[in-house]
Ligand binder design. Structure first.
Ligand SMILES: *[C@@H]1O[C@H](CO)[C@@H](O)[C@H](O)[C@H]1NC(C)=O
Ligand SMILES: *[C@@H]1O[C@H](CO)[C@@H](O)[C@H](O)[C@H]1NC(C)=O
Ligand SMILES: *[C@@H]1O[C@H](CO)[C@@H](O)[C@H](O)[C@H]1NC(C)=O
Length: 439
């Protein structure tokens, strides 16, 4: 086990702040009999020397965070596409606040292995980070029902659960609501998933192998998403079983007070909804994508609110760019194409674009001052979303330019010969989603 501290310089707009990310690299080793101890030590030394040479001279920047190097986050724009992690497994994970739980970081083998392509037959796992009201329910169903797989997921209608096994072994390759359930907590966020998925899978499949994790998520235009969440809570949803695990413990009631008394916030008005300072709907996407350990988790006195916001947004952008795939709810066709090209998988149905959802109706009914309040409450999400949008189009263009059959492909997404199209019932989604309050 080797630990190394890495300092990351962050420039965000005009300010510079210094973050310390403690990055731990773990290389799992099997225990060996004592007689082989010397050989083992020798191999270790050899590995270390090779490693130093490798990291020092050959390893590309985007893979090797081991060397102290300055990362300028405001340059995380589109002049430095190196940072974009399209199609690649998550690299490192830091959790300086907590005592280490588990680390899904890159193993030595992974670093040496140049082939980052998702490999269902190896030890690769896709992890779906499902943010509330982003269209993740229908996407999650597409993942388990509509992918054209060598070994399709087997679904049980009543339990709303599918088994998604690798073609060659009885191990799962998909970590999501409909395949594994909310194993890391209801609508688990980045902080929760990265400290939990690996140990959850170890429980079932043992810890002999180092898995690679390919994170995927969906984002939605923040105002629509906020209004959609408002309507959902108004109808009685609470997500009260969410754990908000961070830094080795669940967020306490003092850290995260409830906005309502009783069982739910049913019947809440938009003004009340927007006025509650603890409402997690505000800037939800940024919070759920950020490494909350960097901001002292839910302890608001850990740093100033301005600093907290800045670090959280920078971290969310970084984590988003480090995801193998993300889609935007407003661009379903592009999301489908980018997913399919990234993972070399095909959906048997075309993703549908629903613009006439509940929230667009709500949007036309709210006052100007309410709209301004919602904008202010979701300022980080608005910035994250525009970052995401630019990055998504960049990824799209990159894949498109490599695809000689693009026009044909894009015009016929979801049409597979020999598979019946199974169009998606949107009403069913809304009905179903309404009942999320239970774990
Ligand atoms: C929150 O952070 C402050 C400042 O770092 C610290 O003094 C305080 O003990 C923390 N509170 C809890 C509950 O951990
Ligand atoms: C969605 O919006 C697009 C562009 O605004 C429009 O062309 C399309 O017809 C709309 N679809 C539906 C189902 O309303
Ligand atoms: C929630 O599910 C129950 C049965 O499981 C059903 O009776 C009820 O109508 C559902 N509620 C909504 C709002 O869909």
């Amino acid at each position: 086990m080797a630990k190394k501290s890495v300092e990351v310089q962050v420039f965000d707009s005009d300010f510079a702040l210094l973050l310390r990310e403690s990055v731990t690299y773990e290389i799992k080793m099997e225990s060996r009999p004592k007689s082989k101890f010397r050989t083992f030590v020798f191999v270790c030394v050899l590995l270390a020397v090779t490693g130093i040479v490798y990291f020092g001279y050959f390893c590309p920047d985007q893979v090797c965070a081991l060397s102290s190097r300055e990362t300028v986050w405001s340059d995380w724009t589109f002049r430095t596409p190196i940072q974009d992690n399209l199609g690649k497994p998550l690299q490192t994970h830091s959790e300086p606040v907590s005592s280490k739980l588990s680390n899904p970081g890159l193993s030595y083998d992974d670093v040496l292995n140049e082939n980052f392509q998702f490999d269902m037959k190896a030890h690769d796992v896709m992890v779906f980070l499902h943010i509330q009201k982003t269209g993740g329910t229908s996407f999650g169903r597409h993942l388990v029902r509509d992918l054209d797989l060598e070994r399709p997921c087997t679904c049980q209608r009543k339990r709303k659960r599918c088994y998604c096994f690798r073609p060659n072994r009885k191990e799962i390759w998909l970590f999501s609501r409909y395949s594994t359930g909310w194993k890391c907590g209801l609508h688990a966020d980045w902080t929760e998933l990265t400290s939990c998925v690996d140990s959850e899978l170890d429980k079932n499949e043992g810890d002999k192998v180092k898995r690679r994790y390919f994170y995927i998520t969906l984002l939605r235009e923040p105002i629509s998403r906020f209004l959609s969440e408002f309507r959902h809570v108004q109808r009685g949803a609470t997500w009260r079983n969410s754990r908000h695990w961070c830094g080795g413990h669940v967020a306490t009631r003092e850290e995260l007070p409830l906005c309502y008394k009783g069982d739910s916030w049913k019947g809440v008005t938009l003004d009340q909804f927007a006025a509650c300072p603890y409402n997690l709907a505000a800037n939800r996407q940024t919070r759920m994508l950020a490494d909350l350990a960097l901001v002292g988790c839910y302890n608001m006195s850990y740093m100033s609110p301005v600093e907290r916001d800045r670090v959280m947004l920078a971290s969310a952008k970084k984590n988003l760019a480090s995801m193998a795939f993300f889609g935007l709810t407003e661009y379903q066709k592009i999301a489908q194409y980018v997913f399919e090209e990234t993972f070399n998988l095909r959906f048997a149905v075309p993703f549908e674009q629903h613009n006439a959802t509940v929230s667009s109706v709500t949007l036309s009914m709210i006052r100007q001052d309410q709209l301004e309040t919602i904008r202010r409450l979701n300022d980080l999400d608005l910035e994250l979303y525009s970052f995401a949008k630019a990055l998504m189009f960049q990824r799209f263009e990159r894949l498109k330019s490599k695809d000689p059959l693009f026009k044909e492909r894009f015009a016929h997404l979801g049409e597979l010969p020999g598979r019946q199209s199974d169009s998606f019932d949107w009403d069913q989604v809304i009905y179903d989603d309404n009942n999320i309050t239970q774990k």
